[in-house]
Design a protein around this ligand. Structure first.
Ligand code: TYM
Length: 328
């Protein structure tokens, strides 16, 4: 069966961007593929979190994975740091990755701007660690949002380069995967760019009704359409984009028509959007609370997942060592 791998950094709660960009695909893919879904705790070290925060955030994501419907009897769920084989492959991939190409990665440049006092080597080699996460299971498909495209290109480059250097056809080139026609980008509520934890523009799956309403009602808008059928400015398109994933097509059409004939009232649209986000999140929220209180279950899932992930990873690593020329 085709292997699928994907992960999420444990830097807080899952937001709508994580859900619609990645997790919704995880849930569908577990029915058809051999899936490995992990929590990228090593990746989160690039921003120097406190030890207690890592443990807490890992448990949070485990609970949220289960609450969203990832089923440990169908998919392997594990924590990255429980699979040390990933680090050995990371080392080998780093030997064939070059400073120039790593410095050109947009997310590296962004992070270097955001944390100028902490431009560490882990930040620079973030894409090779991500490539290792994927290649360690020789995965073909990687469900990720649009923001990961450049990292995925680097993962393919790492696979190709390894194969070329050693004259083998060992690593397949992993492809981004999404069920929609295009990769998903969920915008933030602040009118700019994507929804993301560091931007403080997120609706989290665990947000309660009041919080959702407060955040949505504060979302950036403009002064309204000046003439019929005009193109929507980005801040308004963003609201429509979020609506497209949580509301019914009829609702979207209703507000689209109102935009086009200039009768739209943003207050009404936001009220509806908040209601639809809440209706979407409510059942997940309940399950998050339920799973969060069952740390015994969470740790059992992670333990069993790690065992399976280590077996898969070691099989790849044994072959890699042989290809490179090390004794077994
Ligand atoms: P992370 O933790 O930033 O995000 C996890 C997943 O959520 C998606 N995502 C979004 N999708 C659409 N719209 C948004 N606004 C949005 N925000 C986040 C991301 O695309 C991602 O799929 N580097 C990865 C974690 C990682 C990984 C891997 C992923 C480490 N190793 C190996 C796949 C395979 C990251 O930082 O994702």
């Amino acid at each position: 069966m085709e292997k699928v791998v994907s992960g999420i950094r444990p830097t807080g709660n899952l937001h709508l961007g994580n859900y619609f960009g990645a997790v919704t695909s995880f849930v569908k893919m577990q029915e058809q593929f051999d899936c490995m879904f992990f929590i990228a705790d090593w990746h989160s070290l690039t921003t120097h979190p406190k030890p207690g925060d890592i443990t807490k955030s890992v448990d949070t994501i485990l609970a949220e994975y289960l609450a969203c419907g990832i089923d440990p009897s169908k998919a392997t769920i594990y924590v990255q740091s429980d699979v040390p084989q990933v680090l050995e492959l990371y080392l080998y991939l780093n030997m064939n990755a070059y400073l120039g190409e790593l410095e050109r990665v947009t997310t590296f440049k962004e992070k270097a701007r955001q944390q100028p006092d902490n431009v560490n080597a882990g930040l620079l080699t973030y894409p090779t660690l991500m490539a290792s996460d994927i290649l360690i299971h020789r995965a073909l498909k990687v469900p990720v949002g649009k923001d990961q495209e450049q990292n995925m290109e680097m993962a393919r480059k790492c696979a190709r380069r390894f194969n070329n250097i050693y004259g083998v056809e060992f690593f397949p080139e992993p492809q981004s995967f999404h069920f929609t026609a295009q990769a998903v980008k969920i915008p933030g509520l602040d009118g700019s760019g994507k929804m993301g934890k560091s931007q403080d523009n997120c609706v989290y799956l665990k947000d309660d009704e009041k919080t959702i309403r407060k955040k949505v009602m504060k979302a950036v808008t403009d002064c309204g359409p000046s003439q019929p059928n005009s193109p929507k400015p980005e801040v308004i398109q963003n609201l429509f984009d979020i609506m497209a994933v949580v509301s019914t097509p009829d609702t979207v059409e209703h507000f689209d028509t109102a935009w086009n004939d200039c009768s739209i009232r943003y207050g009404d649209m936001k009220k509806q959007l908040a209601e639809d986000i809440n209706a979407f999140c409510a059942p997940i929220r309940e399950k998050i609370t339920e799973y969060s209180s069952n740390t015994e279950l969470l740790h059992r899932v992670a333990r069993e997942g790690a065992e399976k992930a280590r077996i898969s990873a070691q099989a790849t690593l044994d072959e890699v060592r042989q290809i490179i020329g090390f004794h077994k």
